[in-house]
Ligand binder design. Structure first.
Ligand code: B1M
Length: 218
């Protein structure tokens, strides 16, 4: 019976059930069966997290359920990651990416980092709860692009603090800033003086390429 349900849908259910071991093994089974890693990611993992968010809003999921779903998604991501990020030959640019101060959500940020690596960027993952000073340090260390992620409306405002800190440190002119995360809009990105916005990981790669090209005067 289980076999007639497509693998990506069983994977989605395993993430919603918070069953990390099954999620990881279904991700491996899917790849072995020839399913593209992107299908397992989009229709399995991302779809599951969107549903987890809906259930949370509806009061049917609480923080513990979100946590076990996030852990199951990460277990499956570990299996898919090598297929999403093939080894690049030449660096497409240097990107430092992190989740803003006060915000611990990292699934989307990690996905963006994986896709950027897959597209040939050198990625410095600063982690979560990243202070403006830490972003400035990364800019000084030679990043072409600073990537800022935020999932909470309450922490989104810290993105502006990062842009201001880059300005105050005198490094804003030599880095591009891209922002993203569920509550972020193109209008908000404009209003804080960011150079670009994307609402998904594939778009983030296209945007990063454009920003690096512009920064290099291409
Ligand atoms: Co939280 N949480 N959470 N949570 N959580 C949300 C964000 C929420 C929308 C849920 C809801 O109410 N429906 C809500 C925010 C509401 C708001 O701000 N208006 C919320 C809340 C309230 C909270 C807490 C406050 C709950 C509490 O404690 N009472 C708390 C805050 C903790 C903190 O950060 N200080 C909290 C905690 C958690 C967990 C720890 C349990 C867990 C996070 C685990 C982890 O990340 N390691 C969690 C989760 C899992 C979620 C939801 C369900 C899923 C987020 C996710 O991983 N999505 C989320 C609901 C939702 O978003 N539907 C929710 C999948 C991921 C692939 O998508 O992150 O959007 P996303 O990333 C996308 C794009 O946005 C984009 O590309 C990615 C890939 O396509 N993108 C970028 C992201 N960053 C980018 C950067 C870029 C470009 C594109 O350039 C740099």
């Amino acid at each position: 019976m289980a076999d007639i349900i497509p693998c990506e849908l069983r994977l989605r259910q395993a993430v919603l059930d918070g069953d990390a071991a099954t999620a990881a093994s279904l991700a491996a089974d899917g790849l072995t069966a020839g399913l593209p890693a992107r299908t397992l990611l989009d229709d399995g993992l991302i779809s599951a997290m969107a549903e987890a968010g809906r259930l949370f809003e509806a009061g049917e999921f609480f923080v513990p359920e979100l946590l076990v779903s996030a852990r199951a998604m990460k277990a499956a991501m570990t299996v898919l990651e090598p297929r999403l990020a093939d080894q690049p030959r030449e660096s497409a640019g240097r990107i430092a990416i992190g989740t803003v101060a006060g915000d611990l959500h990292d699934i989307g940020k990690n996905l963006v980092a994986t896709m950027l690596r897959g597209a040939g960027f050198d990625v410095d993952d600063l982690g979560v709860d990243v202070t403006p000073a830490r972003f400035v340090e990364a800019a000084r260390a030679g990043a072409d692009v600073i990537g800022i992620s935020s999932l909470l409306t309450t922490t989104m405002i810290s993105m502006r603090a990062v842009v201001e800190a880059l300005e105050q440190a005198g490094v804003r002119g030599r880095v591009k800033v891209m922002v993203g995360g569920a509550p972020v809009t193109p209008e908000y990105a404009d209003s804080i003086g960011a150079d670009g916005f994307s609402d998904n990981a594939g778009g983030a790669v296209t945007l990063a390429r454009q920003l690096v090209a512009t920064g290099r005067g291409v």
